[in-house]
Design a protein. Structure first.
Length: 241
């Protein structure tokens, strides 16, 4: 992927954001673009970061580690968006990850809290929900949102800032929309109970318009900017890999 292509792709995404915001009466400033940078070289990440972008998300600790030193020369905000194994918590905290978007289970949260206490740190999290109810997707059952949030709130080193989901991969827009609507509803329920879950991270290259229409505040874009990835996504989303 040439730098010129990357730049044009970012501009195309910005246009898509502006267009759907106009259509749905939202302000483009209320939708942040997170660059999903799995498999992308640090050279290309740096290039994208220099063009107005500040937010990146990685899926695997090994990749965060590999790129960390190289990216140190430029300011950016780093989120973790992949499935995190419980034994990787200590590693996660080494690399200035501001937000773990994929907090999907209590056991992981407790492990994180213990380590954060030990290091005297705090971290932002989004609660990840499985809104498509597919076995292949991680995330808490949205029906358990209140209990889940309540338990996480007991952990004083962890700040719940929002919710995250991966929509169904489907040609049916209505089925995809249903996932995003469910995350929005889950957010409303939690807001009503006093949780400050203001961020909604949903929408990717193929479905960002639907996500923005349904209230996304962060969209996570990879392939539409950096091109097709060398591995199938199951490599990133399968627990056993
Ligand atoms: C890879 C990835 C994205 C971006 O997907 P694209 O379809 O390439 O835009 C978003 N969210 C998560 C969790 C990802 O792993």
């Amino acid at each position: 992927m040439t730098k010129e292509r990357i730049l044009n792709n970012i501009k195309a995404i910005e246009n898509r954001i502006t267009k759907v915001c106009e259509k749905s009466g939202r302000s483009p400033e209320d939708v942040k673009l997170l660059l999903a940078t799995k498999t992308v070289s640090t050279d290309n990440i740096k290039f994208a970061l220099q063009y107005k972008q500040t937010l990146i998300g990685e899926n695997k600790i090994q990749e965060v580690k590999k790129k960390f030193t190289d990216l140190n020369s430029i300011p950016y905000e780093s989120h973790f968006i992949g499935h995190l194994q419980t034994n990787k918590v200590k590693e996660l905290l080494k690399y200035n990850i501001k937000c773990l978007q994929s907090l999907d289970r209590i056991r992981l949260a407790k492990k994180l809290q213990n380590r954060l206490e030990y290091e005297d740190k705090t971290i932002d999290v989004f609660l990840q929900f499985n809104t498509s109810y597919e076995d292949s997707k991680f995330g808490m059952d949205p029906k358990k949102a209140l209990t889940f949030a309540k338990e996480i709130k007991q952990l004083d080193r962890i700040n719940i800032k929002g919710l995250m989901t991966i929509g169904l991969f489907s040609a049916s827009q209505e089925k995809v929309r249903k996932c995003f609507k469910l995350l929005k509803k889950t957010q409303t329920d939690l807001l009503n109970k006093g949780y400050s879950v203001n961020e909604l991270s949903m929408g990717m290259s193929g479905d960002l318009e639907i996500a923005i229409e349904e209230g996304a505040t962060i969209i996570r874009i990879g392939s539409a900017i950096f091109g097709k990835r060398p591995y199938p996504d199951s490599y990133y989303w399968n627990e056993n890999k």
